[in-house]
Design a binder for this molecule. Structure first.
Ligand SMILES: [Mg+2]
Length: 228
């Protein structure tokens, strides 16, 4: 069977923001005629808010928290209860102290099923504050540096740059790649904006042997590819 798997942030929506209304109506019609799946680092509540209940519920299955919280409509069919080791949490708090980015908005280490999201600017940042951090991170490559150092310090735990401001942290193998087992024998079209090495879509992208990986720059890009 041909199946369409979509990342959310940067692929169906602008990062952490709502889906464009026009694209949303178009996409719902696409879902009526195609088997669609969502896979995102965000939790169910955030994804519902971003894509709306129609897109969420018309998906055959939604892999929240990188596949650690799996939903079919309003029923959770799988949940992973991994916790970040204390030592790793302390290490992240130190990084938070020494980062040269001047702003902290709170909620820097966010617990989610099977993973943790780390953000120097913090999850409470406004859109403008997030943008400031993203620009600064582009120049300094802080997130790549922290992620790399984290993985050297804590073998067996992965740290991947995700979205515009965060780093997703989880045990090896509990990334988006873990969902591939549900697609045995299927032809998979996977759309993601972070499919290159080091990105949070890479672990899944590299496992797609029967299908196509579509690396997109934005939701507009995804839409134009789907129209073709
Ligand atoms: Mg993305």
């Amino acid at each position: 069977m041909v199946k369409f798997v979509f990342d959310v942030d940067g692929t169906l929506t602008p990062s952490r923001q709502l889906m464009d209304a026009e694209f949303q109506s178009w996409f719902i019609r696409f879902q009526e005629n195609n088997a669609t799946y969502l896979v995102t680092g965000s939790d169910r509540i955030k994804t519902l808010e971003q894509v709306g209940s129609h897109v969420y519920n018309f998906a055959h299955r939604v892999y929240n928290c990188s596949g650690n919280s799996v939903w079919e409509q309003d029923k959770e069919i799988y949940c992973n209860d991994w916790k970040l080791p204390q030592e790793a949490e302390e290490w992240l708090r130190e990084e938070l102290e020494i980062s040269k980015f001047p702003l902290r908005t709170g909620l820097h280490i966010e617990d989610r099923p099977g993973m943790v999201n780390f953000s120097v600017v913090g999850r409470n940042a406004t859109l403008g504050e997030r943008k400031l951090y993203a620009e600064w991170d582009n120049k300094s490559e802080e997130r790549y540096t922290i992620a790399k150092a984290f993985m050297e310090k804590f073998p067996g735990i992965l740290a991947l740059v995700a979205g515009e401001t965060g780093i997703d942290i989880f045990p090896e193998g509990m990334d988006k790649g873990q969902i591939i087992k549900d697609f045995e024998g299927d032809y998979v079209h996977f759309f993601g904006d972070k499919t290159e090495k080091g990105g949070n879509d890479y672990p899944l992208a590299k496992l797609i042997t029967n299908g196509e990986v579509h690396s997109v720059q934005s939701w507009e890009d995804t839409w134009s590819l789907l129209r073709k």
